[in-house]
Every structure is written in C-alpha cells, then in structure tokens.
Design a protein around this ligand. Structure first.
Ligand code: HEM
Length: 521
C-alpha cells in the first residue's frame, strides 16, 4: 500500500514538474548544452544537498518544513529559506509546492540568466494563473509566457525602456511628492496610517503614469472619493489574497473557489472595471486636447504614445497599463518605507543625503532630470537599502528551457530555480549588516566602484528581457518622495520600531507597521 501511495506521488510530481503549455513552449526552442563541467563528473539532481526523507516527498513534502514539524510558519518563510541556505549551502533542493532549487551565490544566478532563453519563464503565482484560467483570460505580465508574453512585452519595451520615459512625468510627480511631504508635515500619524500613506503615495504617483490623472489618493480621510477608495481597497485586497496563497495560508484555492480565491477574483474584477473607466476618461481627455497647438503633458504620455502605435490594440494597452499599475504600487510603497527606515536608523547618512539635496535643489526646488544626474548619494542610498533589506525573497525566479549544470549538478529543464541574496551575497561586502551607501559611489578618478561586487549581487528589479518593466518609475518615485520629504523634514523612528524585523510576502514588509515620526528642519 505504502509503495502504491509513493509511486502515485512520484507520478504526480513528475507530471507537476511541467505543465502542458510550458512543455510546448520548450519544445519550440533550440536545444543547447550549457555544461562547463566534464560530463562524467556531473552529479544528478537528486544529489543536490537538501533536507531528505519525508521532506522530499512530492506534494506533502513542503508541509514538513513548517510547524508543528519545525519552528517555521508560512509567515516566516524567509527564515526557512535562510535556514536552508545556512544548513545546506549555496545550492539547495527543496520541496516547496513541487521541487525547487534555491541558489544564493550571484555567480550561479549569472548562469541562470545566461540560459533563460528568448522568452524567460517566470512562473505565475497559482492564484493569479487560476484566476485567468477560470475566467478564460490571457492575463497580464505576471501570467503570460512564451510568445504571448513577448507579444505584450516587446511593444511595451519601446515606451518603457526609454531613458526619458519616466523623467517626462517629473513635473506632475513632483506635485504628488509635494502632497505626500505636506501630509507628513501637517501632523504626526500612527504607524498603520503611515503605512497606508506610503501606499497612497505610490498609487497616486503611478496613477498619473497609467491613467494620466490625479486619482486623489492623497486626500485626507474626510475628503475622499468613493470610487478611488474602492479601487485602492481592491488593490490591497488583491495583494492580501495573493500573499495568503503564496505563504501557504490558503491551499484549497487550487481545488475549488474557496474564500481566498473568491476575494481575489472580486478584487481583480473591481480593479479591471475601475481601471477601464479611468482609461476611457483619459482617452476622452486626450481627444479633447488634440485640437491644441502644442503637445501637452497628456499628449506626450505613455497612453497617448501607445494609442498612436498601430501595432497595439486598445485591449493590449489596457492590459499593459493595468499591469503596470498593479505591479508598481505595493512594490514601490513597501521599498520606500524600507529606505525611510534605513535613513531614520542612520541619521549621519540621512544628513549626508540632505546635504546633497540642499546643494543640488536648495530648500524648496523640485527635482529635475538635470538635478537627478547630480545626486549620486541619493541613488546610492536606495541601492544600499535594496542590498541590506532585499525587496523580494526571491529576486529571480525562473524555469529554464533546457537542462543546466550548476555547481556540478544537472538540473532538469522545468525545475523552478529561485535566487535569494540572504546569505552568500553578504560575503562580498565588508560590514554587510551596516547601511553604507558609500560602497556604491564611484571613485572620482576612475569613475568605477572600488572593490565592486559580482554583477548579480544586488538585482532588485531582476535582469534580462523579463526585468521589471517599471524600474525607472519605481526609482524615480522613491527619489522624488525622499528628496521632497528631506527638504522639509527629518525622518525618525520611535523606540518600538528601533529594531524592526522584516518578513516577505509578495514584497518585503515590516513585521509590525513602522512608527516613523518627522520633525521640521
Ligand atoms: C521598488 C519597486 C519595485 C521592485 C522592487 C520591483 C521588482 C520587480 C521584479 C524583481 C520583477 C521580476 C523581474 C524578473 O523576473 O526578472 C518585476 C517585474 C515587473 N515589474 Fe517591477 N518592481 C518594482 C516596481 C515596479 C513599478 C513601479 C512598475 C510599473 C510602473 C513595475 C512593473 C513591473 C512589471 C510589469 C513586471 C513584469 C515584467 C515581465 O514579466 O515582463 N514594477 N518587478
């Protein structure tokens, strides 16, 4: 009987390694071999270090990593990963909803990127994939793969990878940053309210990019628009349920429309419905303005540029812009909080940054493209914040189209490879636990970073053709808010947040909301 169960599980697991569409995708790609190790010395997948016994059992194996079998819970998932890396080293084989390989040395990540193929495959979260499947939708960037992904991504690249795509929005995003700073200035706010304010800032700032409008997210609670609130609530709900699914709080959604699934579906439909409305309004505005002589900000907007591109349908434009909005809010809000935290904890670095801001912008001037080019310390602070407290638990997540050999082990095509910078990356830095933005500054004489770490040691936005599509916006929005706030205020944390610890759901977030407070300069 036991043998029967085990052989059933093994069969199921083998089927689970690759889903049909992924297999089809791989079969259309050229076959290549990437091994740099003599074939006779290559070790098998099963020999990769990792927990053994029941913890490697298909499907149920993941359960043995968590309470009551260990001290870990789905909410302390990052601690489990850190434990595994400490215990087994830079390559670990693990059952986590199917077999996975965890890598933590940036040199191995380089091999992954070299072998990701023309259409890099980043597996979708199962909740969002199920939503698309159950509603017969093709999905956005998070879900589509292969040629479908390329068909969406390549026209979007034309607009979003241009160096000036974000700076074009500086004048209007400066106003959003100004509102954010003013809200911090007017009164002290509680930790939860502040966390919400970061989210509102990112939502408002992304709104001007995706929907050409000020959504009104940064209004005080007495003066808010019902539809905007519905939109923001749906966006938060969508992330909450995604977190519940990836952290293992919900498993049943895989089999039926459980509560997590239903809440997610409702939220996603609301986001779709309201974002369509915003887009239609934006289009009407553009048409009205087209009669004017000079190109206005709106006419040079992403939306207008995309509308004028014959290769994009209105449906594709909507998918791209809604995906940008969804991908860009929580991510930016959470990472901006982390930067504020690091600055509050390191007042000497905060003062140094303020000096740079004062010299470049003075006390009140808005951020310009030219000024930004003169602010290396601001950029170094964000980079260091990303290094110290990584933005996502896995900064890379790929399924490769061919077998690959990493550290002498053959990893079959179709096995998800994830990269975490929790441990090995620290070895490349002196005083790795300290916030030292200076390590990212280029030397005046050589224009190079001294003792530069390996290329993939700090890749908050991923890399390659599937790299974050909105990284320029993310950085700009964080620079803007930081510069504007520091022009007016000093950032501090209250004693209860002095030693804040962070957890990873979709993105990094504090275990408890951070109690910031701000004082006038
Ligand atoms: C600090 C903020 C952000 C972080 C840390 C972040 C990080 C990431 C990462 C790690 C990926 C996966 C890349 C890969 O697989 O190689 C990604 C994908 C993506 N991001 Fe971001 N992101 C941020 C903000 C934004 C913003 C503001 C936008 C939009 C305006 C955005 C839009 C996207 C999109 C559309 C994708 C999917 C790309 C694809 O699959 O082709 N992100 N992001």
């Amino acid at each position: 009987m036991v043998v029967k169960i085990i052989s059933f599980l093994l069969k199921y697991q083998r089927r689970g390694l690759l889903q049909g569409s992924q297999l089809q995708l791989f079969s259309s790609l050229p076959r290549e071999t990437y091994s740099t190790v003599a074939t006779s010395t290559i070790k098998e997948f099963k020999d990769i270090p990792g927990p053994g016994g029941v913890a490697q059992w298909p499907i149920v194996g993941s359960l043995f990593h968590f309470k009551p079998f260990t001290e870990f819970t789905p909410a302390s998932f990052d601690k489990l990963i850190e434990y595994m890396v400490n215990q087994y080293g830079p390559i670990v084989r693990l059952q986590l909803s199917g077999p996975k390989v965890i890598l933590s040395d940036p040199k191995d990540l380089e091999v992954v990127y070299q072998n990701e193929g023309r259409y890099p495959l980043r597996p979708a979260t199962d909740l969002s994939a199920l939503y698309c499947q159950r509603n017969n939708l093709s999905g956005g960037f998070a879900e589509v793969q292969g040629e479908d992904w390329y068909a969406l991504r390549s026209p979007a690249n034309k607009f979003l990878l241009r160096a000036d795509c974000a700076t074009h929005y500086l004048p209007i995003q400066n106003l959003v940053a100004e509102d954010f700073a003013q809200m911090l200035e007017t009164r002290q706010r509680g930790a939860c309210e502040l966390a919400d304010l970061f989210f509102r800032y990112a939502s408002e700032s992304n709104g001007v990019v995706c929907f050409n409008t000020r959504l009104g997210c940064l209004r005080e609670s007495t003066n808010r628009d019902a539809e905007t609130e519905q939109f923001l609530n749906a966006m938060s709900e969508l992330f909450l349920q995604l977190q519940n699914s990836v952290s293992g709080k919900s498993i049943a959604h895989k089999f039926y429309r459980n509560k997590t699934y239903r809440l997610y579906e409702k939220a996603r439909m609301t986001v779709h419905e309201i974002s369509s409305k915003y887009l239609n309004n934006a289009l009407k505005e553009i048409k009205k303005e087209q009669a004017g002589d000079s190109l206005s900000l709106k006419q040079r907007s992403l939306l207008n540029l995309m509308m004028n591109d014959q290769s994009l349908s209105l449906k594709q434009i909507q998918i791209i812009l809604t995906a940008l909005y969804t991908a860009g809010t929580e991510s930016t809000a959470k990472n901006m909080q982390v930067l504020f935290y690091n600055l509050a904890k390191n007042p000497d670095k905060q003062e140094k940054l303020y000096e740079e801001i004062k010299v470049t912008l003075g006390g009140d001037e808005p951020l310009t493209k030219e000024a930004l080019a003169e602010m290396p310390y601001l950029k170094a602070c964000l980079k260091e914040s990303f290094r110290l407290i990584q933005p996502t638990i896995f900064s890379a997540n790929r399924v490769l189209p061919e077998d690959v050999v990493i550290r002498g082990y053959r990893i079959p095509a179709g096995i998800p490879l994830v990269f975490t910078q929790v441990k090995c990356c620290r070895a490349y830095f002196s005083e790795p636990d300290k916030f030292i933005p200076e390590r990212w500054l280029r030397s005046q004489s050589t224009r190079k970073i001294e003792n530069a770490p390996p290329a993939f040691v700090n890749t908050p936005f991923g890399h390659g053709p599937r790299k974050c599509l909105g990284f320029r916006f993310a950085e700009q929005e964080i620079y803007l808010a930081t510069a504007r706030v520091l022009q007016k205020l000093r950032i501090h944390v209250r004693p209860e947040s002095e030693n804040c610890s962070f957890k990873y759901m979709i993105f990094v977030e504090p275990e408890q909301p951070i109690s910031f407070y701000f004082t006038n300069r």
